[in-house]
Design a protein. Structure first.
Ligand code: ZN
Length: 143
């Protein structure tokens, strides 16, 4: 069974820019105006499934889209991320990098703001250095 990106023709028709390996298109549920997705042309779900060339192709398009969003939407900064796995909120099983243009005074829609989620805000305490070293060691051992 194919995913929405591969079965809904409008999504391919919405291509902003593309190369042999990937294409960029506006999401139909933007967090801010100009919110764009970049996907590999192959229907694969995760970063691990991408070839090195696909990764480069995706980042090249991201670079071009960011430059364009500065002009088209007055972007002054960006949030970029992808959700990987159903538990993390990946609803379409086709890898897609989110490019969310940010500008002064924007709020995002539906109260969703990656800046609040990704950064330590409010009264969250910094993790002690000893704990960070333990985390570093644990991840290194797993490499
Ligand atoms: Zn797909």
């Amino acid at each position: 069974m194919k995913c929405a990106f591969c079965t809904i023709p409008e999504i391919k028709e919405r291509e902003i820019i593309g190369n042999d390996l990937a294409w960029a298109f506006p999401t139909n549920i933007p967090i801010t105006p100009g919110h764009t997705l970049v996907s590999p042309r192959r229907c694969v779900p995760t970063l691990a499934d991408l070839t090195d060339n696909e990764r480069v192709g995706i980042l090249e398009l991201a670079d071009e889209v960011m430059a364009a969003l500065k002009k088209s939407h007055g972007a002054q900064g960006f949030n970029m991320c992808w959700n990987e796995g159903v538990l993390a909120g990946q609803h379409v099983p086709h890898f897609h990098l989110h490019i969310i243009p940010r500008s002064e005074g924007d709020e995002g829609l539906l109260g969703y703001d990656p800046r609040s989620m990704l950064y330590r805000t409010g009264d969250r305490e910094p993790t002690p250095e000893k704990e960070l070293r333990a985390i570093t060691d644990a991840i290194r051992k797993a490499l």
